[in-house]
Ligand binder design. Sequence first.
Ligand SMILES: [Zn+2]
Length: 410
Amino acid sequence: MGGTVKDKAKHLMAYIIPPPRSSLTRGEEGNRGGNPSKPDAPPRPARKWRILFASVAVLPGALFYSFVFAGSSRPAEPPPAGIIDMHSHVAGLGGGGSGCFVSEKLRDNWRFNIYLRSFGVKRKELEEHGDSLLVERIAGELAKSEFVAKAVLLAMDGVIAADGSLDLKRTEIYVPDEFVAEAAAKYPNLLFGASVNPYRKDALQRLDRAKKRGAVLVKWLPSIMDIDPADPKLAPFYKKLVELKLPLLTHAGQERSFSSSDDELCDPEKLRLPLSLGVTVIAAHIASTGKYHGEKSMERLARLMGEYPNLYSDISSLTQLNKLSYMKKALTRGEFSGRLLYGSDFPLINTALVSPLYYGFRLSPKKLFSILRVKNPWDRDVLLKRALGTPAEIFDRPRKLLAAGTAVRP
Ligand SMILES: [Zn+2]
């Protein structure tokens, strides 16, 4: 946002809060009906009331002004249509034989009911109708979006024990590939984002199977799935990803959506191994929060961008309340130019964590309220990110990259 909005805000504030007495000249003081013989005397009650009255009288006019005119000098172009959101989540309680799993610990966590609400379901109806209801709601809501045509729904593999079996005791959320593959087969606006823990004994076969079932990428959350991306034992897995042209979307930086997280595993520097082997890596959320060895996670990712042309990132979650400064960083730091993809991090865009209200100083009131009124969570997300300056190419890039299955030049 340039100076124009700032100027308008200043203009508006000048209306609402009159300049302090010391900044007024004696002439102005006289014009306002003050006592010219005592310019430095504290305001008398009558004057205070007049200021208050003037503020109240002027406020509606000032607001009307900003509603009607603010931003009109620089009309934001509408976002492009047919967008693919490459970062949307799904979960389930296991009903209807979905195979999904949520740990008792997370079910008891305060976040759990918020997550369910943001998916558009109640716990009771999910228990009654099974997890397919949740997928139906997601596909239905997405179908109402004006701008987002499809979303990559992300499976989430669990923690793998030393013997290669799924360790449910250490797994907080498990969303099997089969569940998401079936959802994507049923609803044309959902794409299959597979998740394979590389420590599974049959990890490579699972990658083959996922690709055959239409997977467009593989998702990891290393700090939750207990994966060390720098582990040399994972080289065959990475080579398989390259062979199958499956990008690896992996969380980077701190993670606070679960009850606990081994953040060390999400150090962007750990991505050097897959990157050097030619994997198209998408490090989520520009690795926004957290520090490693005293250096900001985002700085570590920015440096890697210069070294590896096959490294990308996404703008999912960057409008969250805990990351308000990151959207601007993503859009203005040269290292990220040509490397960012649109992602929503649904369902978190449907919680109080994200709101245009948090950008009151960067958006005109007219723009702010027009976005606030939008019911569809994807449209709200796209319009907010567009209003904050996201260029069309970032909205277009997931379609290009996922179609190619590998790095595409800007
Ligand atoms: Zn996410």
